[in-house]
Design a protein around this ligand. Structure first.
Ligand code: ARG
Length: 443
C-alpha cells in the first residue's frame, strides 16, 4: 500500500509577491541589486500604463475579465499615473521593474482584482510593447530638434549665401566656396538623419502585445484591438520574435550615433574656425567658457562637448549590439540591459542638437576674414587651369602643369595669383591674355 500523501502545506512566499509562489527564500541583496531595473525603466511608466489600459480594454471586450473588474483596473491605473506624475509614487527596488511596481501599487489600491490584469500577458510582451512605444515617441522628439537646427542652419545659409570662404581638402585651402554652401552640406546630412529616424519609427511600429511569454496564450485575445489602440500599424506575427527582437533599439542607437557624428564633424569645424588663427567665427559669451588661468581665452566648450559626447553614443550602439549577439530565442534577462543606453543616447542627442542650435544661432561669422583666407592659399589655381583649357584649348594635364609653374612663381614673389603681372604669366604661357584676371577673382 502506498503511503498516504502528506497534505501539501502552502508555504507563505517570503519572496516577491509577483513570482514568489515556488520560492522559499528571498533574493540575496546583491541578487536584488543586479536584478532590479527600476532606476532605469521607471522612465517607461507612461508607456506601461498605456499598454495596460489597452490590454485591459481588450480583456473586457473579449469577456476574459468582467466589465466591473476592468473598470476598477482602469481607475486604479489612472490614479497611479497621477501619483507618478506628481512625484507621490514610491518606486521600490525589491519590486524589480516598472511593470511590477505598477502592478503592486494597483493591488494596494483596488485589491486582488489587480491580479486579473496580467491575464494573457507576460512581462516579456509587456516590456517589448512599452519600449517600442517609448522609442517611437523618442524618434518624434529627435526629429523635432533636428528640424529646429536645420532652420537655424537655413537662416545662416540664406544670410551668407554669397559670403566667400575657402573650401578645404586635407584641411588645406582648396577652392573658394561660400559659407552658405558649406553649412548647407550639414543641412543635407541632417535631412538624411531625419529620414533614418523616420525609417526607424516606421519599422518599429508593430505590436508585440499578445505574444505573452513567448508562445502566445490560450485566451481568446484580440491582438488587432490592442495594436490599434496603441497606434501600431499591425501586430507582430511571430510571438518569439515579438518578445526578443531588439533590432529597433539598435537601429535607434545607430540613428543617434550617426546624427551625433554629423554634429561632431560640424563641431570640429566650429572649433577650428573659432581659433585666433582662423577667426572665421566668434561664439557668443553665452556659448563659450573662459580659462581659470589664462585671461585671454574664450573656449568653444559646447562644440568640444558635442564632439566628445559622440563617443558615448557610439559606445551605446556597440553595447547593445554586443548584448544581442549570441542570444538564443526567446527572452533572456540580458535584454533588460537594452534601455539604459537607449535612454542615454536619446538624452545625449537631444542635448547636443539643442546646444548646437543655441551655439550657432548666436554666433558671429567674420566674412572679411573668410574672404581674406579664400584669397590666400592660391584657391583660384584650379579655376586658372580650367581657364587655360577653356580658352586656349589646352589638355587639362598641360594646363595643370602650367598653373603649377605660375603658382610657384607667386609663391616665390610672396603674392596672390591675381597680383602677378600679365608679362609674368606670359613668361610661363605666352598665349595667356588679361581676360585671365576674371578667373582669378575668388568671388
Ligand atoms: N524588467 C524586464 C526587462 O526589462 C522585464 C521582463 C522580465 N521578464 C522576465 N521573464 N523576467 O527585460
Amino acid at each position: 500500500m502506498k503511503p498516504m500523501k502528506k497534505p501539501i502545506k502552502k508555504p507563505k512566499p517570503k519572496s516577491s509577491q509577483m513570482w514568489g509562489g515556488r520560492f522559499e527564500d528571498k533574493p540575496a541583496d546583491i541578487m536584488q541589486q543586479i536584478n532590479a531595473s527600476i532606476d532605469v525603466d521607471k522612465r517607461l511608466w507612461r508607456q506601461d500604463i498605456r499598454g495596460s489600459v489597452a490590454h485591459c480594454n481588450m480583456l473586457v471586450a473579449q469577456n476574459i475579465i468582467s466589465e466591473e473588474d476592468g473598470e476598477a483596473i482602469l481607475k486604479g491605473l489612472e490614479q497611479i499615473g497621477r501619483e507618478i506624475e506628481s512625484g507621490d509614487f514610491e518606486f521600490k527596488p525589491e519590486l524589480e521593474d516598472i511593470h511590477m511596481n505598477i502592478e503592486a501599487r494597483l493591488k494596494d489600491i483596488i485589491g486582488d482584482v489587480a491580479g486579473r490584469l496580467h491575464t494573457a500577458r507576460s512581462r516579456n510582451d509587456q516590456v517589448a510593447t512599452d519600449f517600442r512605444l517609448w522609442v517611437r515617441d523618442a524618434c518624434s522628439a529627435v526629429i523635432e530638434d533636428i528640424c529646429k537646427l536645420e532652420d537655424t542652419i537655413d537662416t545662416i545659409c540664406r544670410e551668407h549665401h554669397a559670403s566667400v570662404m575657402p573650401g578645404f581638402t586635407h584641411l588645406q585651402a582648396a577652392q573658394p566656396i561660400t559659407l552658405g554652401m558649406h553649412l548647407n552640406a550639414y543641412k543635407h546630412m541632417l535631412e538624411r538623419d531625419k529620414g533614418r529616424f523616420h525609417d526607424c519609427q516606421k519599422r518599429l511600429n508593430e505590436s508585440p502585445l499578445g505574444a505573452a511569454a513567448l508562445a502566445g496564450t490560450p485566451f481568446p485575445i484580440d491582438r488587432d484591438m490592442t495594436a490599434n489602440e496603441l497606434g501600431f500599424d499591425k501586430y507582430m506575427h511571430n510571438t518569439m520574435d515579438a518578445v526578443s527582437a531588439r533590432d529597433f533599439a539598435i537601429e535607434f542607437l545607430f540613428c543617434c550615433a550617426q546624427c551625433g557624428i554629423h554634429l561632431s564633424r560640424l563641431a570640429e569645424e566650429v572649433i577650428i574656425w573659432a581659433t585666433p588663427q582662423f577667426k572665421f567665427i566668434t561664439l557668443s559669451d553665452q556659448w563659450s567658457t573662459g580659462s581659470s588661468i589664462m585671461p585671454q581665452k574664450k573656449n568653444p566648450d559646447a562644440a568640444e562637448l558635442i564632439r566628445g559626447k559622440t563617443g558615448r553614443m557610439n559606445g551605446n550602439l556597440i553595447q547593445m549590439l554586443t548584448v544581442l549577439k549570441g542570444l538564443p530565442l526567446a527572452y533572456n534577462k540580458d535584454l533588460q540591459e537594452d534601455k539604459e543606453s537607449v535612454f542615454d543616447s536619446f538624452d545625449t542627442i537631444v542635448l547636443c542638437l539643442k546646444a548646437f542650435e543655441g551655439m550657432l544661432s548666436s554666433a558671429t561669422f567674420h566674412t572679411d576674414e573668410m574672404l581674406a583666407a579664400a584669397e590666400d592659399g592660391f584657391t583660384t589655381a584650379t579655376r586658372l587651369a580650367d581657364w587655360l583649357v577653356m580658352n586656349l584649348n589646352m589638355p587639362f594635364r598641360d594646363a595643370h602643369h602650367v598653373t603649377g609653374r605660375i603658382v610657384k612663381m607667386a609663391e616665390e614673389k610672396q603674392c596672390r595669383l591675381s597680383d602677378l603681372s600679365l608679362p609674368d604669366m606670359q613668361g610661363v604661357e605666352p598665349k595667356i591674355t588679361d581676360a585671365i584676371y576674371d578667373a582669378l577673382k575668388v568671388a
